[in-house]
Design a protein around this ligand. Sequence first.
Ligand code: MG
Ligand code: MG
Length: 248
Amino acid sequence: MIELKNASQIAKMRKAGKIVADTLQLLRENVRPGLTTADLDRLAEAYIRRQKAIPAFKGYNGFPATLCTSINEEVVHGIPSLRKLQPGDIISIDCGAIYDGYVGDSAVTLPVGEISTIHQQLLKITEESLAVGLVHARVGNRLYDISHAIQEHVESYGLSVVRDFVGHGIGREMHEDPQIPNFGKPGRGPRLELGMVLAIEPMVNLGTYQVKVLDNNWTVVTKDGLASAHFEHTVAVTENGPEILTLC
Ligand code: MG
Ligand code: MG
């Protein structure tokens, strides 16, 4: 069942979303070669707690950290560690925070120093696909209108969308109904209604869409070892159209 949020609930989610967005902005300003992913995690956790919010991922199904940090061929759910960022890496940072009982969820992929042209393209097209998808988060549209727009944008550049992981409804719980695939046929899926809040999150691979999970049971990597990018926003369906809640 898809839970609809009223205006006061969306106001709370806006606050949670802003904390997540500000955390990602802080990380964007700090990402550089030599820093470890554990350093980023510490920065993020301290910032979130200073805002009187709670890191949403820490302890979620046993996940040990505030951020998911996924480098290069890692798609999602990378665990912060003492691994140092290298020039030319790309790092996907996924962040969630709970404020006043509501969750915000957003992700970005950032370059570390100078990156290759092909990786620049991967980041650009993935971020664009999120924008192209979320504009369909309007009353009266169907859910897979979003999915289809993302897939079409990505595949028009010869890239692929991950099938095994999808976006989701969000509210008091980080993962609520509906699931939001980044692929599908337009005109299908649930009708979008006022008060739905959706975490839309294309995961885009340079090569095959196929992924596998590493032995740590968390880190998802591409099967072919080629790079992957991930962008995510929490978006409310309002009477004025889509409202991105995870903006600074
Ligand atoms: Mg996320
Ligand atoms: Mg999410």
